[in-house]
Design a protein around this ligand. Structure first.
Ligand SMILES: Cc1cc2nc3c(=O)[nH]c(=O)nc-3n(C[C@H](O)[C@H](O)[C@H](O)COP(=O)(O)OP(=O)(O)OC[C@H]3O[C@@H](n4cnc5c(N)ncnc54)[C@H](O)[C@@H]3O)c2cc1C
Length: 380
C-alpha cells in the first residue's frame, strides 16, 4: 500500500489550497476528489467571489483575511493568472443593520481603512446604486473579486508541480484513524497516511459522521444581468457590494467582468444533504432578485441572461469549522463556508497544512472548533 504524509479529501476551494501548501512545504500529499477538477457541483463555482476586509462577521476574521489577500496576490504574481481584482466594496443598509453596523465595528476595532457614505455621497460617487434615503454605505477600499475557478486550478497545478498526487473521480467511502496513521478507503483502493484533512464542503457531515455535525446545506442561485450602460457596470467603476434591505433581504453583487453584473441572495432553501438540495430554478428564486435589481441598480437590464445554482454549508452560528477532530489529533476537519468562506481558502490552506503537520496554526482558532456543537468529543 502506498503511504503518504497527508491525504486530503475534496479538492475544491479549501482542499486545493491545502494540497498546495502541504506539497510546497515538502509533504507527500494525496488529494482525492469525487468529481473532476474545477466542477460545478459544490460551493466554489460561478466565476467570482467577493473579497472584503471590514468583516461584518467579526474582528476575529481580520488577521486571516489580511493574510489571505497576501497569499492571493502572491498566487497571482507567480502564476500570471487573474486571481483577485481590487474593485473596492460597499456594505449597504440602514446604519443599525448588521451589514453596515458589523462592518463598521470591525473596521474601527481593527483600524481598517474605510469611509462612511450617506445615500447622497453614494449617488455622487457610485451612480449605479440607488440607495433609499435612510440607507448608508461603508466603503471598503480593499475589497474586490476573486476568480474561484482560477484559484482552484492554480492551487491544484502548484500542488502537482511540487509532487502531490491528485486523483479525480475517486470518492472517499470511509476512513479509520489510529494514533500513528490513518487509512482511507475508496472504490479503487486503500491509502495510508500520517494525517487526514477533510475539506469536503457540502459533504462534510457525511465525511465525519461520528461528529453528528449540525450542518445544513443551502442552495442558492446566482443570476447575471446584462449591462445596459457599461460605463457604470465594469470593475473599474463598480465595486462589489453587500446590501441589507431588511432582516430577510440580503443581496450581494459583483461588477460585470464580461458576462453581466452578478447578483445573488442568501438565506434560501435548506436540505440535510447535498443530494437532497433542490437545484431546479423556480420563478420564486428569481423574483426577489429581479425586484431588487429593478429598484436598486442602474445600468443593468431587468432580466437575467443566465443563472447557476451553488451550495452553502451552514453551521448553526455561521462560523467556520477549522481544527483538529476531537477524537483524532491527526485528522483535521474544515468547512469554510456558511456562504462567506472562499476568500479565506488561501490562508486556510496554509493553516491546515500546519495543523496536519502537527505544528502551531499561527492563529487563534478556538471559535472555529469542529467540536463546539457538542458531539464526538473524546470521553474524559
Ligand atoms: C452562491 C454562493 C456565493 C458565495 N459567495 C461568496 C463570496 O462572495 N465570498 C466568499 O468568500 N465566499 C462565498 N461563498 C462561499 C464559498 O464559495 C465557500 O465557502 C467555499 O467555496 C467552500 O469551499 P470548500 O472547499 O469548503 O467546498 P468545495 O469547493 O465545494 O469543495 C469540497 C470538495 O469536496 C469534494 N468531496 C466531498 N466529499 C468527498 C468525498 N467523500 N470524496 C472525495 N471528494 C469529496 C467535493 O466534490 C468538492 O469538490 C459563496 C458560496 C455560494 C454557494
Amino acid at each position: 500500500m502506498t503511504t503518504y504524509d497527508v491525504v486530503v479529501v475534496g479538492l475544491g476551494g479549501a482542499g486545493s489550497a491545502t494540497a498546495f501548501h502541504l506539497a510546497q512545504g515538502g509533504s507527500r500529499v494525496l488529494g482525492l476528489e469525487q468529481f473532476g477538477p474545477v466542477h460545478a457541483h459544490g460551493s466554489s463555482h460561478g466565476r467570482t467571489r467577493i473579497y472584503r476586509t471590514a468583516y461584518l462577521e467579526g474582528a476575529e476574521y481580520v488577521p486571516l483575511v489580511r493574510r489571505a489577500q497576501e497569499l492571493w496576490f502572491s498566487l497571482q504574481e507567480t502564476s500570471g493568472e487573474p486571481i483577485l481584482r481590487k474593485t473596492g466594496g460597499l456594505m449597504i443598509g440602514r446604519p443599525d443593520s448588521r451589514t453596515v453596523g458589523g462592518a463598521r465595528r470591525t473596521a474601527q476595532t481593527c483600524a481598517l481603512e474605510h469611509e462612511m457614505l450617506s445615500a447622497a455621497d453614494v449617488a455622487r460617487r457610485f451612480p449605479q446604486f440607488a440607495l433609499r434615503d435612510d440607507e448608508v454605505a461603508l466603503w471598503d477600499p480593499n475589497a474586490g473579486a476573486l476568480f474561484p475557478e482560477n484559484c482552484i486550478r492554480v492551487h491544484a497545478a502548484g500542488a502537482v508541480d511540487a509532487g502531490a498526487e491528485l486523483h479525480y473521480g475517486e470518492a472517499v467511502q470511509s476512513w479509520t484513524a489510529g494514533r500513528e496513521s490513518v487509512t482511507v478507503h475508496t472504490r479503487s483502493g486503500e491509502y495510508r497516511a500520517r494525517s487526514l484533512v477533510v475539506t469536503a464542503g457540502a459533504w462534510t457531515a457525511s465525511a465525519v459522521p461520528e461528529l453528528s455535525l449540525p450542518l445544513e446545506v443551502e442552495r442558492q442561485f446566482m443570476l447575471w444581468f446584462p449591462a445596459t450602460d457599461r460605463s457604470v457596470t465594469g470593475p473599474e467603476r463598480m465595486p462589489v457590494f453587500l446590501w441589507e434591505r431588511g432582516p430577510e433581504e440580503h443581496t450581494y453583487g459583483v461588477p460585470d467582468f464580461g458576462d453581466g453584473v452578478k447578483v445573488g441572495t442568501w438565506r434560501g432553501k435548506v436540505a440535510a444533504r447535498p443530494e437532497e438540495a433542490d437545484r431546479e430554478f423556480h420563478e420564486s428564486d428569481a423574483a426577489p432578485i429581479r425586484a431588487f435589481v429593478a429598484t436598486a441598480l442602474r445600468g443593468v437590464g431587468a432580466r437575467e441572461s443566465t443563472h447557476t445554482s451553488c451550495l452553502y454549508t451552514n453551521a448553526p452560528d455561521h462560523h467556520f469549522l477549522l481544527g483538529r477532530h476531537p477524537s483524532h489529533a491527526n485528522v483535521v476537519v474544515v468547512s469554510a463556508c456558511s456562504g462567506h468562506g472562499f476568500k479565506f481558502t488561501s490562508v486556510i490552506g496554509e493553516v491546515v497544512a500546519r495543523l496536519a503537520r502537527g505544528e502551531d496554526p499561527g492563529y487563534d482558532l478556538a471559535g472555529f472548533d469542529p467540536a463546539r456543537f457538542g458531539a464526538g468529543r473524546r470521553a474524559p
